[in-house]
Design a protein around this ligand. Structure first.
Ligand SMILES: Cc1ncc(COP(=O)(O)O)c(C=O)c1O
Length: 404
């Protein structure tokens, strides 16, 4: 057996199940889950219709590189969405079967185990796949804590920003890959141009690759669409995206988490090796999924309608929750990241037992590093259910918190 499997941490939802099992529900209220970040709005009909229309494609093995039509649709979307020159569909774009597998696979492709102490930097708290990917690639995850100081005096822009300043020169010398998540899960923070400038400068100095996870880029509350990594690179005079790969997904954008469809785009030198890895790994996208995905990337109307639904929910739910918990409308993504008045695990457990609402303790998404787990004292509320259900959950959270 691969001994590295023993280094994997239990997935947060496994821990949540155990936490809830230790304090059974005493309430008669119907269960509401705000714990899992699974989109729940309905899949657009034109996507399901396209899948039905392309079933004949099941008779063929797909190529790992994907069809020119799909890569072209992704390139066109990237150019339109981020105001960049269209990435070359033949060398700068690859389809992936969801960003989860691609975020995992990129570490397996890039990490050089023959170098001393291979290291992968993960934001903390973070999407757990980054850590598992690092461990199974034979690397050491190094956590970069986010700034959790939500004091009103702190410049709002730095709130929840990843702080790389604790990483020493010796550690940087060993870093081969940095995961950056913007909009971030769980905080919803979006990196601005200055953040990208700093990260690119570090990458130039130390030679690591940046994996920019942007799977929430199309869910945002304000009028301004989140800045993308490729967009930032072009604005900062990096037209070839040296050492940068961005990861995009249809799961949240088009409400198709079961489709397993996304892309990677960026540095062509890295994508060539990634394609080689993927050919052996065997993760080509099914032809009907490719056809439906190409259509989905070409349409923005359903994405705008989806965003409107999220905005409405955030506008109604956030002020309610703010009555009892410190939280803010996020820049983007579909989570409220809220400070708890008691220990976050206890808060989640008691809320669940007394009011049948499931939320995720922030500490489950973080690791203790540098003397603290920056997820501690927060809970993540995924506003994925229908508006009435999210509102009902918020009312119960208010009641519960006031009862403490
Ligand atoms: C930060 C982040 N990245 C990537 C993913 C994976 O998304 P998918 O594989 O559906 O593209 C998720 C899923 O919840 C996520 O939260």
């Amino acid at each position: 057996m691969n001994p590295d499997l023993l280094r994997l941490h239990p997935y947060p939802f496994e821990r949540l199940r155990e936490l809830f099992a230790r304090a059974p529900v005493t309430s008669e209220l119907a269960p509401i889950s705000l714990s899992i970040g699974e989109p729940k709005h309905s899949t657009p009909e034109f996507i399901t219709q396209s899948l039905r229309d392309s079933l004949a494609g099941l008779a063929h093995y797909p190529s790992t590189q994907g069809s020119p039509a799909l890569r072209g649709a992704i390139s066109t979307w990237l150019a339109r969405r981020f105001s960049i020159a269209p990435p070359d569909p033949d060398s700068q774009v690859l389809p992936v079967t969801g960003t989860r597998e691609a975020l995992f696979a990129i570490a397996q492709t890039l990490v050089d185990r023959t170098r001393e102490a291979p290291t992968v930097v993960c934001p903390n708290p973070f999407y757990q796949i980054y850590e598992g990917a690092a461990l199974l690639a034979g690397a050491r995850p190094l956590y970069a804590n986010i700034d959790t100081n939500i004091d009103a005096n702190i410049v709002a822009k730095r709130r929840f920003a990843v702080d790389y300043s604790a990483i020493t020169e010796e550690q940087w010398a060993q870093v081969q890959l940095v995961y950056a998540c913007s909009p971030a899960n769980p905080t919803g923070r979006v990196m601005d141009l200055a953040d990208w400038r700093d990260l690119f400068a570090l990458s130039d100095r130390h030679g690591f690759v940046i994996a920019a996870d942007e799977c929430y880029s199309e869910i945002y509350c304000g009028p301004q669409a989140p800045l993308g990594a490729l967009e930032a690179a072009q604005q900062l005079g990096r037209p070839d995206y040296e050492r940068l790969i961005c990861f995009g997904s249809l799961s949240k954008r088009s409400n198709v988490p079961g489709l397993r469809s996304g892309f990677v785009a960026g540095d062509r030198r890295l994508l060539r090796q990634f394609l080689l890895y993927r050919t052996y790994h065997g993760c080509a996208m099914s032809p009907p999924v490719q056809a439906a995905s190409a259509l989905a990337w070409a349409d923005e109307a359903h994405v705008e309608a989806n965003r409107v639904k999220y905005r409405r929910k955030f506008a109604e739910v956030t002020p309610l929750v703010q009555n009892v918990l410190e939280t803010q409308l996020p820049d983007a993504a579909f989570y409220l990241w809220a400070k708890t008045p008691i220990d976050d695990e206890l808060f989640a457990q008691q809320l669940h037992a007394a009011y049948n609402v499931a939320v995720l303790p922030g500490s489950y998404l973080g690791r203790s590093h540098g003397g603290s787990n920056p997820g501690c004292g927060f809970v993540r509320l995924a506003l994925v259910a229908e508006p009435e259900e999210c509102l009902e959950a918020a009312r119960r959270i208010v009641q519960f918190t006031r009862s403490l």
